[in-house]
Ligand binder design. Structure first.
Ligand code: HEC
Length: 123
């Protein structure tokens, strides 16, 4: 009886842990899609006709970027270079909203955001 209970419990724990890690799994596909989106160029209004996430964040994400309009420095986006990144959900949401609109002319889907985050966190 106790033995059966124990093995049932064990199976339950195993199922829980596997489904949990599956839900959080980041695949190479996510990272590749995020990178592609990050580098993709979109058309915008003058004087910034060609826009991408790199327009302000630069193409070396371990280094600071520079805001195209205000010229202010933007700290590195690579998680390995800036551990304060992506720690505040509200901040992440706010900037995804703002920057996707400015860069792509539309908001990013949840999947696109997850892919971009997977890419930035992999760096
Ligand atoms: C016009 C300039 C500009 C462009 C283009 C831009 N960003 Fe940003 N981004 C900023 C600024 C400014 C901040 C806030 C300062 C900071 O976090 O260092 C920021 C912050 C962020 C953050 C918040 C990071 C955190 O620590 O929570 C995310 C996510 C982000 N940007 C994603 C993007 C994505 C995705 C694109 C392309 C679709 C993009 N950005 C394009 C200027 C820009």
């Amino acid at each position: 009886m106790i033995k059966t209970m124990c093995s049932t419990l064990l199976v339950a724990i195993l199922l829980l842990t596997t489904s949990h890690s599956y839900a959080n799994a980041v695949s190479a596909d996510n990272i590749a899609r995020g990178k592609q989106l990050w580098q993709q160029k979109f058309n915008g209004k003058a004087p910034y006709q060609q826009r991408s996430c790199e327009t302000c964040h630069g193409n070396n994400l371990s280094k600071a970027g520079k805001h195209i309009r205000t010229k202010k420095l933007i700290k590195p986006m690579a998680l390995s270079a800036n551990s304060a990144r992506y720690t505040e959900a509200k901040k992440v949401q706010k900037w995804f909203y703002r920057n996707c609109k400015w860069t792509m002319g539309k908001t990013c889907s949840k999947q696109q955001q997850a892919d971009i985050l997977a890419y930035l966190k992999s760096l």
